[in-house]
Design a protein around this ligand. Structure first.
Ligand code: HEM
Length: 417
């Protein structure tokens, strides 16, 4: 039913990324959910791979929780304490989400993106315009790190590599099998997160309304909450965005939408929404059964582990098709559903629109080609290790215009990473 193998090139690349990241798990899951959307796999838990059941698990907080033994939330408790959204439920979670309701308001998102993302995106555009190759994996990693850096109040002069190294260090500590961190691992994770949390602490202390952490302080959020939240935003906001962009670019290329006429006809919002459906960077999320219940004919016992397979739940026939509505149970499912719905969705969309918009604009002017791509192996968040693009016609256009200006001094997207 939801098998990995599909015939269109975009779907095949997506399947390859999932298999390359999780060679064994992807095959086991694929076989398990090929006939039924909900299935129990001994030793793993109950797998949920269809959109209706996935949405039911994520929204039914009486029966399913994200905290407690065996949950993904519990993984972070020894590292970050018990107030990091990801490991909270009930009134505490509702209260903290309420405090953070407009954390990423349209104005904040615009300011953060203008300050942190635009200069990097402009640098990449300048390089493409003079016919250079740009690795969009590096571009997305730099942008997502700079944006999270701006959100947590990191000094803008800090090179993106500092946050990227911290993010890689944390990611390498977590696999599908990781149920909890022992003391030594928790210590290492805390050390990797210190750069983010210390920046957040300084921004919170300065309490300036010009920073996200400062505004939290103004609203009376405790210092510990700001430190924890900064770490949560960092954990959730870097790997997802940097996985998504190159995969969206891969989808555009495979669908022939980087040719000038096709690119011009694309609507940016549609491309990003359909790109997120197709790529669903948060591959899966976990819940714990808190009350015996039943989904799709499968009876669940208290304390069972439920693996909500978001990537599998968002597949549908026909592959990547911008403009095709994703409604009903599928709506925004790549950002989750219910009380834990992605807090950073507006920011993620703005980052992806800034980068995708620049690439579509250039594709509309000159055409854009993918010159090489390689899947990353054995990583937590499936992604490309490299995906380079070029505007083959840009040099010719530049020569015709007789202008060599524009690239000199442009910031090298990805070079610092
Ligand atoms: C394309 C990018 C992104 C995707 C696909 C994504 C996906 C998700 C998903 C599926 C969830 C729900 C997980 C669950 O219910 O267990 C989630 C939660 C969350 N996301 Fe995102 N996310 C993205 C970007 C971001 C960014 C940029 C940030 C922050 C700046 C962020 C912050 C969060 C936070 C804090 C939560 C936890 C909310 C809670 O537990 O109440 N995410 N995200």
């Amino acid at each position: 039913m939801r098998a990995l193998a599909r015939t269109d090139p975009g779907s095949r690349w997506e399947s390859r990324l999932i298999r390359s990241a999780h060679p064994v798990v992807a095959r086991v899951v694929d076989v398990a959910v090929s006939r039924r959307g909900v299935v129990r796999v001994p030793g793993v838990g109950v797998l949920v791979a269809d959109p209706r059941s996935a949405r039911r698990v994520l929204t039914d907080t009486d029966a399913f929780a994200k905290n407690g033994p065996g949950s993904s939330g519990a993984l972070w408790t020894p590292v970050l304490g018990d107030r990091v959204l990801l490991n909270m439920e009930g009134d505490d979670h509702r209260g903290l989400r309420h405090t953070l309701a407009d954390l990423f308001s349209p104005r904040v998102v615009r300011e953060v993106c203008d300050a942190a993302a635009r200069p990097i995106v402009a640098g990449a555009a300048a390089r493409l315009r003079v016919g250079e190759e740009v690795d969009v994996v590096r571009l997305a990693r730099e942008v997502s790190a700079a944006v999270i850096g701006a959100v947590v109040g990191l000094d803008p002069e800090t090179p993106p590599s500092v946050l990227l190294e911290a993010s890689d260090a944390i990611e390498s500590m977590v696999t599908w099998r990781t149920r909890t961190f022992d003391d030594a691992a928790a210590q290492r994770a805390r050390a990797a997160l210190a750069v983010v949390q210390d920046a957040a602490e300084s921004a919170h202390a300065a309490a300036s309304s010009a920073t996200v952490m400062g505004r939290l302080a103004e609203r009376g959020a405790a210092l510990d909450d700001a430190r924890s939240l900064a770490a949560a935003l960092f954990l959730t906001g870097t790997g997802t965005v940097s996985s998504a962009l190159p995969r969206i670019v891969g989808q555009l290329a495979d669908a022939g939408l980087l040719e000038p006429r096709a690119a011009t006809a694309c609507r940016l919002d549609d491309v990003v929404a359909e790109g997120l459906r197709m790529t669903t960077p948060s591959l899966a999320t976990l819940r714990r059964v808190v009350r015996p219940t039943e989904i799709d004919g499968v009876r669940l016992r208290a304390d069972e582990r439920v693996v909500v397979l978001l990537w599998w739940a968002t597949r549908r026939d026909g592959g990547f098709e911008p403009g095709r509505p994703a409604t009903g149970d599928l709506r925004h499912l790549w950002f989750g559903a219910g009380s834990h719905f992605c807090l950073g969705a507006p920011l993620a969309l703005a980052e992806l629109q800034a980068m995708t918009g620049m690439l579509l604009e250039l594709a509309g002017e000159h055409g854009l080609v993918v010159t090489s791509r390689r899947a990353a192996r054995r990583v937590l968040v499936p992604r490309y290790a490299e995906l380079t693009v070029r505007c083959p016609a840009a040099n010719r256009a530049r020569a015709r215009a007789g202008s060599g200006a524009g690239a000199t001094g442009a910031r090298s997207a990805g070079r610092a990473a």
